[in-house]
Design a protein around this ligand. Sequence first.
Ligand code: MCN
Length: 779
Amino acid sequence: MSATADKSWVGQPLKRKEDPRLIMGRARYIDDINVTGQLWAAFVRSPEAHAKITSIDTSEAKAFPGVQAVFTGQDLDLEAPLPMAWVPPGVEVKNPPHWPLAKDEVHHVGDPVALVIGTDRYSVVDAAQTVFVDYEPLPVVVDLEQAYEGGDLVHADLGTNQCHEWTLGGGDLEAGFNAAEVVVERRIVNHRTAGAAIEPRGVLADYRAGSLTLTSSTQVPHFLRLFLALQLGISEDRVRAIAPEVGGGFGSKLQIYGEEIALAWASRKLERPIKWVESRSEGMLATHHGRDQIAYVKIGATRDGKITAFHTKILQDLGAYLMLLTPTIPSLGAFVMSGVYDIPAVQTDIVGVFTNKMPTDAIRGAGRPEATHMIEMMIDQLADELGMDRLELRRKNFIDPASFPHETALGIVYDSGDYPKALDTLLALDDFEAIKAQAPPGKLRGVGYSTYTEICGLAPSRVTGPSGFGLQTGLWESAMVRVHITGAVTVYTGTSPHGQGLETTMAQIVAQRLGCDPQNVEVIHGDTGTGPQGLGTYGSRSTAVGGESVARATAKVVDKARQIVAHQLEAAPEDIELIDGKFAVKGSPDKGMTIGEIAGAAYIPENLPEGMEPGLEELAFYDPENFVFPFGAHACVVEVDPDTGNVDVIKYAAVDDCGPAINPKIIDGQVHGGIVHAIGQALFERIHYNEDGQLVTGNFADYALPSAADVPSFDLDRTETPSPVNSLGVKGIGEAGTIAASPCITNAVIDALRPLGVSFINMPLGPQRVWEAIQEAKA
Ligand code: MCN
């Protein structure tokens, strides 16, 4: 055993430490938290998709029993509109002001126009209904292509619905298509979905004595503190943001929401704590949506199947405003647009387009599911055109495992990978073609495949490509590790887990290095009032960036521990190693000290090395040199009823590679959830607005989330290809299933329908669409 590795806690399928409190109802979500003197808030939201506000009459609401105040957009004197955190360098982005309460005009159904505050949770909702807003309706544009082609304007003063246009590419596209003997073009739709976290959003703002404490169901408490400080003009040290237990986010809580800012402002104004918890239907209207892209995709190849060029033009439906990361989303996909393939020329043109709908932003995968959907569908389409086996086509174009680290045509460096191995491992799991061949009479079966890579653990300031692009913020992470005198350990992480199990995996990383039990390691997160600066949980970054910072802080503790032990045992620090839970001299394991005993020596400093500070706690900030690139291969078998168009997934198998597993059980759980998320998009879920901009799918009756009955049990395996980017070798896994599964399902449905003459179909593959595709093919 080396000085930093003892019992192998890393790699153990431990049960999640957080589960007992979650399962037994002991967790405290925002809805469980109330404070003395608390008021309640309700938002008045626009029923119009686009309208001028000609007047707002709040008199009746103000007279409502218990109502303390009613505010409109004219009352909110903020320092700035809601933030949009990132602009592609050198790209002109039109960013219309987005206020927590609309000032003169509303731009989507659900746009908040007034805030009613009172003593009772339910009567403020009734009072909100008595706020009379006079709207002068304006033309509504809902359809993305119409908005792009010059339909009615969402923001008349911009003179266009086009927000921005930019290109990410590398290699000679023209030469690539000239060299192609076969070119396939498709219009691929990736429809709008919701994050649909089971816990809705909620906020409790408590401003008193010049300080603000804001508790919110958020994935990013540190960003929230920053923007609260900026928008309210409060010094950051007087703002504390807390993410309590958060019941899922799936990207939808990676946001600075107007409700957070408005409640903070009102709490300061009234000097009372104020709380708001969203209803499900309010959440469907006003929590950001995701995806919503239409792409015109073109792939070129030689007759023998070598891909020569790949071009995509993406129209991104922004909705009515830009939120925190809205314009970033397609670029995350563009970074990996060529997927796991060695393609000499790749280009993505991105056009952001405003429509009168709720804004879109990051939802699990954020741009990468869309990119994977395109390349993996196009591989199947190309194979069909070439008359070539689709797995053979994939193998022919896989990036050579010997070429890692591999620089793509875009100038992005994939850290490590072995795509043929992932596919071989997948094919060993099941005989998919045999399952397909066993279709019952009257049913059609199809097999789908997808192979993928994604970009995680964002370290964007390090990445610039040939066209000069690069995300501008370094996404470092921090950790503090404190060993207590009893040997218990507290870890503070700047990540903000909300279902991922990081309290367990981070404890495993620490326990392995300190020789203690993970049960004795408590991981604290989600509170800017404790621990160091941090950046939150999203983009499957928490292990590759946050976990690495935990490992680095622990390494500093180990370093100090070895010096203390060496001093006490009169040995050299280099000779101290961790053996059976004790730091001891190499070859003399009987005379060692546990981490608790070392902490005792550190806090009762009677015999420390000359000049050493007492205490045993260390802080580390880790700023990665590159992204990490998880990858994998998925396959499924679907069964289609041609009479009804119904699709059942009867087999789903996945091989994912996120480097060495910290906790295989947690990884499996993440992959399960991710796959179900994408099966949901492929077959069931769709945020749908009618032509007037009214949300049709405003609750879980109309917005169909998959249930356990809709998915098979999954056959999973892993390969483990370490990343050279961090010392743990780890990559992300939280989004992998979602990235791989939608093209896998879609390709399978096409495979099933091919005998009927259907060669292409877009999601969502609900019965009606599938049935219609069959009828069209027949006709
Ligand atoms: N892990 C591991 N070994 C590895 C890699 C990861 O054991 N080699 C573990 C991690 O330590 C962690 C889990 O797998 O316990 C996921 O880790 P990671 O991939 O680092 O992802 P994050 O923790 O950053 O989570 C974010 C990711 C995203 S972007 C979305 S969206 C998402 C997801 O995680 N939303 C979720 N999973 C979710 N799961 C739940 N229950 N709820 C959500 O809202």
